[in-house]
Ligand binder design. Structure first.
Ligand code: PEP
Length: 257
């Protein structure tokens, strides 16, 4: 059987300047070290704003802190006259390993549709970055189509044309659960995660489906993380608000299965 290392991702969104970022990473590191957190049992990735990446990378590198680095977005282009865009080339040079793609806030406020999500997924893979592909239904979608239909369709489009060995992470984030304090139930998360794993099997094959980590995101906190990770198809969490508080994020990382 394939074992998937649990993955805890902290999406800071547009919070914390580079000085606050360094302070949070140091505090997180001390908190986990004092609690004798065993690195290796869980993978942790931080997704700060672009302007924080270099200072956080320098700190992680100097102090050998066992966190991976991720970006919150990527350009579909590799270089050129695209003012304000950030290339995957530049991210890879900063030791960035992951990139969030298709977060509901980008889909909603920046009108990123499934075609852009697919192009960004390919851009990430072109530069050796692992795309964290976000999918999820709105409250209106949930009422009209149920939980799985929209995320299944979104993921199917994102995976079109990828090779069977593509290294990806999928995040199921019901839009109504993000930042609302009202998380999905573990059963709801499991139902959609299983449907998404079937999409991966269809698109990339059963090996890819067995290997790919599927995260749940939406109002995850230290008091509910264990209930999600107990589900067989939920391999971790994408955490927004709770990733900004060192003690709380440390408690999520130290979850008990
Ligand atoms: C997110 O933005 O990806 C998220 C899950 O946010 P929160 O944890 O705050 O609901």
């Amino acid at each position: 059987a394939v074992t998937r290392t649990p993955f805890i991702a902290g999406n800071w969104k547009m919070n914390l300047d580079h000085l606050q970022a360094v302070a949070l990473v140091q505090k997180l590191h001390w908190t986990l070290r004092d609690a004798k957190h065993e690195s290796g049992s869980v993978e942790v990735a931080l997704f700060p704003p672009f302007t924080d990446l270099r200072p956080v990378q320098t700190l992680i590198d100097a102090d050998k802190i066992p966190f991976a680095l991720g970006a919150q977005d990527i350009s579909t282009h590799d270089s050129g006259a695209y003012t304000g865009e950030v290339s995957g080339q530049f991210l890879a040079k900063l030791d960035v390993s992951y990139v969030i793609i298709g977060h509901s806030e980008r889909r909603e406020y920046h009108h990123e549709g499934d075609d852009i999500v697919a192009a960004k997924t390919q851009a990430a893979l072109r530069h050796g970055l692992v795309p964290v592909i976000c999918v999820g239904e709105t409250a209106a979608d949930l009422e009209e189509y149920g939980a799985s239909a929209v995320p299944v369709k979104q993921l199917g489009i994102a995976l079109e044309g990828l090779s069977a060995d593509a290294d990806i992470v999928v995040a199921y984030e019901p839009v109504w659960a993000i930042g609302s304090g009202q998380a999905a139930t573990p059963e709801q998360a499991q139902e959609v995660a299983a449907a998404l794993r079937a999409v991966i099997a269809d698109a990339l094959g059963v090996d890819a489906a067995a290997r790919t980590r599927i995260l749940y995101g939406g109002s995850v906190k230290s008091s509910n993380i264990a209930s999600f990770l107990r589900e067989p198809d939920v391999d971790g969490a994408l955490v927004g608000g709770a990733s900004l508080v060192a003690d709380e994020f440390a408690a999520i990382i130290r979850f008990q299965k």
